[in-house]
Design a protein around this ligand. Structure first.
Ligand SMILES: CC(C)(COP(=O)(O)OP(=O)(O)OC[C@H]1O[C@@H](n2cnc3c(N)ncnc32)[C@H](O)[C@@H]1OP(=O)(O)O)[C@@H](O)C(=O)NCCC(=O)NCCS
Length: 244
């Protein structure tokens, strides 16, 4: 089944010609991943041989096209930020596979789900996650993957639909943290705790100053998608744009 088209908030504008995040900013670029074959060809022309190989490896046309669109638009965003052509952007990879930019202090991260991708760009480490909520056994998953404090706060919500929504909102924050540190699945989701009102990281094992070091920002990307960004800095303002 075709995933729903993203419905971006009306306040989201096209990005400026020059992209340069200030120290206290994280720039977010959201994009619809279902594009015309012509647009996909244009984006694909910027791929490295490795990217073209990965593009070919997807099982269905829809998955191939959405991944290719996200990767191509990532190259466009980064090329504009660096002042180079998209095909000239060079990636490097961290120990657990987090991609970064070779030869630039700028940091970025990307997440895709359904027909939506969000790219985050900042001067400090950043992780972003988007989810298209699907019916899942979310209570059981929460009990398995969330900390006792997170479970207690989640189950204080007695309405099952609201609890399922809270589950996905927390999920995006949890995942964005794993992506901000770059540890990905090598870190247990029970080794750090996130609270809302206000959204914040309470603690993370192995990072004594974690609650001061990282800030958590749920982002409204339009229903039904949910998203969050975690930044290795405090006092940060996310600025959101649509990229087409
Ligand atoms: C890659 C990972 C970090 C996120 O994967 P995901 O949520 O399936 O996919 P997303 O679309 O959000 O992110 C994928 C992108 O993250 C980036 N990425 C890959 N490894 C990464 C890492 N270690 N850290 C940060 N970003 C990473 C890549 O750019 C990748 O894009 P690509 O597939 O186009 O190359 C995954 O390893 C992971 O941690 N999954 C967590 C699953 C889980 O149990 N979550 C529980 C939350 S409570």
């Amino acid at each position: 089944m075709r995933p729903p088209a993203p419905r971006f908030p009306a306040s989201w504008k096209q990005p400026p010609e020059r992209i340069a995040p200030e120290p206290a900013e994280v720039l977010l670029f959201a994009t619809h991943l279902d594009v015309t074959p012509r647009r996909l060809d244009e984006l694909r022309a910027t791929f490295s041989p490795g990217e073209e190989q990965r593009f070919q490896s997807f099982a269905t046309d829809a998955l191939r096209s959405r991944w290719g669109t996200g990767r191509g638009i990532l190259r466009e965003v980064l090329g504009r930020a660096l002042g180079c052509a998209p095909r000239e952007v060079r990636f490097r990879y961290g120990a657990h596979g987090k991609p970064g930019l070779a030869g630039s202090p700028l940091r970025f991260n990307i997440s895709h789900s359904g027909a939506l991708a969000v790219i985050a760009l900042a001067q400090v480490e950043v992780g972003v996650d988007v989810e298209l909520p699907r019916p899942r056994r979310s209570d059981a998953i929460a009990r398995r993957f969330y900390t006792p404090g997170e479970i207690e706060r989640l189950f204080a919500q007695s309405d099952p639909e609201r609890r399922a929504d809270a589950f996905f909102r927390l999920w995006t924050c949890k995942e964005a943290f794993l992506k901000a540190t770059g540890e990905g699945l090598s870190r247990s989701t029970r080794s750090y705790e996130i609270a809302f009102s206000p959204p914040r990281l309470l603690w993370a094992t192995g990072i004594p100053d974690a609650s001061r070091r990282y800030s958590v920002h749920p982002v409204d990307v339009g229903d039904p998608y949910r998203a969050a960004v975690v930044v290795e800095a405090s006092g940060v303002t996310p600025r959101t744009y649509r990229w087409s």
